[in-house]
Write a new protein. Structure first.
Length: 155
């Protein structure tokens, strides 16, 4: 089960570029239900996600680099490229914020996600002010929606 909340920060936190990060490329073979392929640095996955906004089923299967390369051209819509920074969350030492800086067609878009162990934890979470607007329930901010080639949400 994936339980996460999404935010759109208005500005980047100080020291961001010295934080650990990953380079991601992903595409969508299907968006309902979500079937995604992803390169995360030098690891490759196929992911299935059920419908939902804050909580949904998620299954990850390993892929080879060759399988990823062969499936990528079969993806619909935009290929998403982003740098993901991993940040500690003040007052919540067990949580990590994943701040995505998008590249390519989505350049300039910033989305921050936090995953939770339970829906109760997600609903009781009080985000730091720099997290910005909560867009958890706005489907436009799901990567599968961003891949569709439609309008890019801007706040």
């Amino acid at each position: 089960m994936e339980i996460e909340r999404k935010f759109v920060p208005e500005k980047l936190p100080a020291g961001l570029f010295s934080r650990p990060h990953k380079e991601l490329t992903q595409g969508y073979l299907c968006t309902d239900p979500v079937v995604r392929i992803r390169r995360e640095d030098n690891r490759y996955y196929m992911t299935y996600k059920s419908s939902g906004l804050m909580a949904r089923e998620e299954y990850n299967l390993p892929l080879t680099e060759k399988a990823f390369s062969e499936l990528l051209p079969k993806c619909d819509g935009r290929i998403i490229e982003k740098t993901r920074y991993l940040l500690p969350v003040e007052k919540y030492p067990s949580l990590t914020a994943e701040l995505d800086l998008f590249h390519g067609e989505l350049n300039g878009l910033i989305i921050l996600e936090v995953e939770f162990p339970s829906e109760k934890d997600a609903l009781s979470f009080s985000p730091p002010s720099w997290f910005g607007k909560d867009v958890t329930n706005d489907k436009r901010y799901h990567n599968s929606s961003l891949s569709s080639g439609g309008e890019i949400p801007h706040e």
